[in-house]
Design a protein around this ligand. Structure first.
Ligand code: 4AD
Ligand code: MG
Length: 462
């Protein structure tokens, strides 16, 4: 018989129904005449309670193997549960231990483990409540992202991971190399990373934006959703070397339209995750951050504040507290500034726009004041920046002048410049860091705990 999903049984299973459940034992409690086992298949937070009675064949032998972590298959009948908080439980008729787990050695015990410890056993983290809830939220958020764009007619485009361009111009690139380890071993020579992608240089992409712009100028509304890589050696709770990014690009759109899209997008995703993962959000609210449910309410029921960079600096200068990094017009907002604005001043997400040109990427459209560019960042309470976007510089002359000012050779950007020679239009887009969104939704403090296999300067083991 095929296994039933435990989440379906708990919500819709009927007493009297015969089912098979397969999963892993979370807890086992032996009483005199029964053993209660909680079995979880990862479909929900709390598993199903299985009751094993003495009438079972081999009960004594079975009872000895019902260890936390063991995989079991149970066939039996659902019965109405007398226990609080669960509609049904499973009265076992036959039980098979599919894979045992030595209780002396299995690292996950009933007690709560620290997130630091769980990171060292990433291969067993999927068996924990916290990673279970995170993964279900990731899944709901990722599908909501696709639904949002699909419902609005955006084309999902697949942009390359291997690229020759440094989209953000920040020089935080990982090099790709077709290193021949055998040859290298013999020659003892250091590889020439500058030319090692079949004689050329290539990097892992930091952003799919430039390719999304190309696609947007043919398909009007597009988005990417894929992994991106940053070689920034920052050991913070919100940076990864490999993270997933969502990047919409809209033709015939200005910065105002881009901000509207970003706000509608975040609201849609929060609504969906609240609808589909209510049990998991309750868990985060109880165990991780008591603001999780309030935050979702705030997002859904309030307009985001919109503040120009210049006004944001004025607010920071007037703040009745000091910052480690001094505030002055022209600085890149630091995490402490972003968090003050989002958490203490506005107490909700805000969008800061029109940043100084010097601190932003070259592709951002120069404003008439010649001092600022049409950029916007969405700042979230608890996290800081979760979205960065802009209207793009679509005027060939201005872009050429900016390349010249930055001493960047035009030939390296020939295809990007060529794009604005034919049918150039105002267009805008943004990038959402998917893991930062998951942190924001769940309240998880460290970005390493919202991705199953975090890549950071210390960790690429799995
Ligand atoms: O602000 P960023 O660098 O913008 C871009 O890459 C643009 N090309 C996006 C666009 O307009 N299409 O990055 C966008 C977002 C940030 O707001 C942040 O949420 C996330 O990506 N991000 C990171 N997330 C995790 N770890 C890192 N090291 C990140 N760097 C950026
Ligand atoms: Mg940014």
């Amino acid at each position: 018989m095929a296994s039933a999903r435990i989440v379906d049984l708990l919500s819709q299973g009927q007493p009297g129904q015969t089912v098979v459940v397969r999963g892993w034992i979370r807890t086992a409690r032996q009483l005199k005449e029964f053993t209660f086992v909680e079995v979880n298949d990862g479909s929900c937070l709390k598993g199903i309670q299985v009751v094993l009675g003495q009438e079972l064949a081999d009960y004594e032998m079975l009872a000895k193997q019902l260890d936390t972590g063991a995989a079991i298959a149970v066939e039996g009948q659902l019965v109405a549960s007398p226990a609080k908080g669960q509609r049904v439980e499973l009265q076992a008729a036959s039980v098979e231990i599919v894979g045992g787990a030595d209780p002396e050695q299995y690292p996950l015990q009933k007690k709560r483990h620290s997130f630091e410890f769980l990171r060292t056993i990433a291969h067993l983290r999927p068996r924990t409540n916290s990673l279970g809830a995170v993964m279900r939220v990731r899944n709901a958020a990722a599908t909501a992202i696709h639904d949002f764009f699909q419902e609005r007619g955006f084309l999902w485009v697949h942009t390359p991971i291997i690229t020759a361009s440094d989209c953000e111009g920040a020089g935080e690139l990982f090099t790709v190399t077709n290193l021949d380890l055998d040859k290298l071993g013999q020659s003892q020579q250091a590889p020439d990373f500058e030319q090692d992608f079949f004689g050329k240089r290539a990097y892992l992409t930091v952003s799919g934006q430039l390719e999304a712009e190309i696609m947007g100028l043919g398909f009007s509304n597009v988005y990417t959703f894929g992994p991106t890589f940053r070689a920034e050696n920052s050991n913070t709770s919100r940076h990864l070397a490999e993270f997933w990014m969502v990047e919409p690009e809209t033709a015939f759109c200005d910065l105002g339209g881009d901000m509207d899209l970003a706000e509608a997008f975040l609201k849609f995703v929060f609504q969906r995750v609240s609808d589909r993962c209510s049990e998991d959000l309750e868990f985060f609210n109880q165990r991780i951050d008591s603001e999780v449910l309030n935050r979702a309410e705030t997002i859904l029921n309030n307009d985001f504040e919109r503040v120009s960079y210049t006004d944001a600096i004025a607010l920071l200068e007037k703040a009745d507290r000091s910052f480690d990094y001094p505030v002055a017009w022209g600085i890149d907002l630091q995490s402490e500034h972003e968090r003050y604005l989002a958490e203490e001043y506005f107490r909700k997400p805000l969008i800061v726009y029109d940043y100084p040109r010097e601190i932003k990427a070259l592709y951002m459209r120069l404003n008439d004041d010649q001092k600022t560019v049409a950029a916007m960042d969405v700042l979230a309470p608890g996290i800081g920046e979760i979205i960065g976007g802009s209207q793009r510089e679509e005027r060939l002359g201005v872009l050429k002048q900016r390349l010249a000012e930055a001493n960047l050779p035009e030939e390296n950007y020939w295809w990007y410049l060529d794009l604005w020679r034919y049918g150039s239009v105002p267009h805008a887009g943004f990038g959402l860091g998917f893991e930062r969104l998951v942190q924001f939704i769940t309240g998880m403090g460290n970005i390493r705990d919202v991705i199953p296999f975090p890549r950071t300067p210390q960790n690429a083991e799995f």
